[in-house]
Design a protein around this ligand. Structure first.
Ligand code: 4AD
Ligand code: MG
Length: 445
């Protein structure tokens, strides 16, 4: 029996007899010649069934194959520039064929389907070319982030998913019944990272996070994945250096490894090639001035209303989009008003109405992909904020403890995987960036 190979490696087996195992992506042909586009998860290859070269029953089997039938193909690899496939350029001359399962009529056909239909069939949709390409890019983006951090001496330290208290703010908490007591799904792993830096110096956590957010925007998921680095003895400026290098590395790795996928997705890669350090850094004050100038420049009343902002207000999507539109690369906006940010952020010395926070806004309208800050390391100030926000001291005793035993200036950030993937792939909605999206009105399949 010939050697089983994966399609991605096909070029190494020219003129050899191999075995492929996979699913029928499509079948065309007439009479004595059948073309089967086979996918095996690693790629796609055209397999040619030629009546004269096969047993009659095998050829009949090939002729009757339906979309998504599972088969095992034995054949010879032939170089052929015109052969379609991923990577393409090679085809298989089928010698023999085994049927594993003949698929029923497959609901997803090459014709157009509505998004709701596709999302309802997500368990099957993940097999389609475009979804295959996006989820492969997602895996690389996650790996690139982790590789970058691992190389920089960060330690992966896992943080809990079930938590006793809010990590960000109380309005988006997802409550679960913990043996009769209230507990919450993690909004962030940050607070635990802050404990872990005193043990390891530089850490990150990576996992699913939850926000019971009643938003139906193209940027919001109920369950999303966040990677959160935290660094002891780190300033906001140093934090921006880290974010910038990591994001540039992630984009460079995607470009290096996924030309094929980016082409399937239809991404303009020139825009990605521009993503190199440094990224512009502007203060919230300047951002508001720039937005007000944009508002004054337009005659369109709808646009004017969209861009309207007063100092002190948080940015909405149109503001982030407009700001990021002024740059070809991601842009940092730092020192947001303290009132619109989380309870743990350090106030700016001498100007407590703003805090040592920084968001990274992605270009091309993608908005915030990273949120980060310097954390309050003074015990009393932090305790005061916890009280002021009505968070309840009890659940935060451990967090306050960290400010009693070798408290140091520290900073960290969280990068949303799905928003990053949406930007890098140039997608209009985050729902395609995660295998099984949890949205306001969707938890199936
Ligand atoms: O700005 P956020 O809420 O920050 C934190 O959670 C901090 N504790 C992170 C830290 O400093 N360690 O969220 C960080 C990022 C956002 O910039 C965004 O990319 C993503 O997480 N994010 C979401 N992505 C999808 N759907 C949602 N509902 C999201 N909420 C936040
Ligand atoms: Mg944020």
């Amino acid at each position: 029996m010939s050697q089983h190979i994966r399609i991605k490696d096909i070029a190494a087996y020219a003129e050899q007899e191999v075995t492929l195992r996979g699913w029928v992506y499509s079948r065309t042909g007439k009479g004595r010649l059948q073309f089967i586009l086979l996918r095996d998860g690693s790629g796609q290859a055209q397999c040619v069934a030629f009546k004269r070269e096969m047993q009659p029953e095998d050829f009949e089997l090939a002729r009757g194959l339906t979309q998504e039938s599972a088969i095992i193909v034995h054949g010879v690899v032939r170089a052929d520039e015109r052969a379609p496939g991923l990577p393409g350029g090679y085809e298989i001359g089928i010698r023999s064929l085994e049927l594993v399962q003949l698929a029923q009529e497959y609901p997803i056909t090459p014709k157009e389907h509505g998004t709701e239909f596709l999302m309802n069939h997500r368990h099957l949709w993940v097999r389609s070319n475009r979804q295959w390409a996006i989820l492969r890019v997602r895996a690389t983006i996650i790996k690139a982030m982790r590789d970058w951090l691992d190389n920089e001496g960060f330690l992966l330290v896992d943080t809990p998913i079930i938590t006793p208290a809010a990590g960000e703010e109380t309005t988006t908490l997802f409550e679960v019944d913990y043996f009769g007591e209230a507990a919450f799904l993690a909004q962030t792993g940050q607070l635990y990272n802050e404990a872990n830096i005193a043990a390891f110096g530089k850490v990150y956590c990576f996992g699913p996070t939850f926000r019971a957010e009643k938003s139906k925007t193209r940027r919001h998921l109920i369950e999303f994945w966040m990677l959160e680095p935290e660094i002891a003895f780190c300033s906001l400026e140093e934090l921006m250096d880290i974010e910038e290098s990591m994001v540039a590395y992630v984009v460079a790795q995607t470009l290096e490894k996924h030309q094929q996928e980016l082409e399937i997705i239809g991404r303009d890669t020139d825009k990605l090639r521009a993503i190199t350090p440094p990224f512009a850094r502007i203060s919230y004050d300047e951002a508001v001035e720039r937005l007000q100038a944009l508002r004054d420049q337009t005659d369109d009343p709808v646009r004017k209303a969209e861009l309207a902002i007063e100092w002190g207000e948080d940015f909405g999507s149109p503001h982030e989009t407009a700001l990021a539109g002024l740059f070809d690369k991601p842009v940092f906006v730092y020192h947001y008003p303290t009132a619109v940010k989380a309870f743990y952020m350090t106030p700016v010395a001498g100007r407590p109405e703003v805090c040592r926070s920084v968001d990274l806004l992605a270009p091309e309208g993608y908005g915030e992909i990273i949120g980060g800050s310097e954390r309050i390391h003074d015990h009393d100030l932090l305790a005061e904020n916890i009280d002021k926000m009505g968070l309840g001291r009890e659940a935060y005793e451990w967090y306050l403890d960290l400010r009693k035993f070798g408290s140091v200036p520290h900073a960290g950030f969280g990068i949303g995987i799905e928003r990053t993937v949406a930007w890098v792939c140039g997608l209009s909605h985050v729902r395609e960036t995660i295998p099984y999206a949890r949205l306001l009105n969707r938890k199936y399949p």
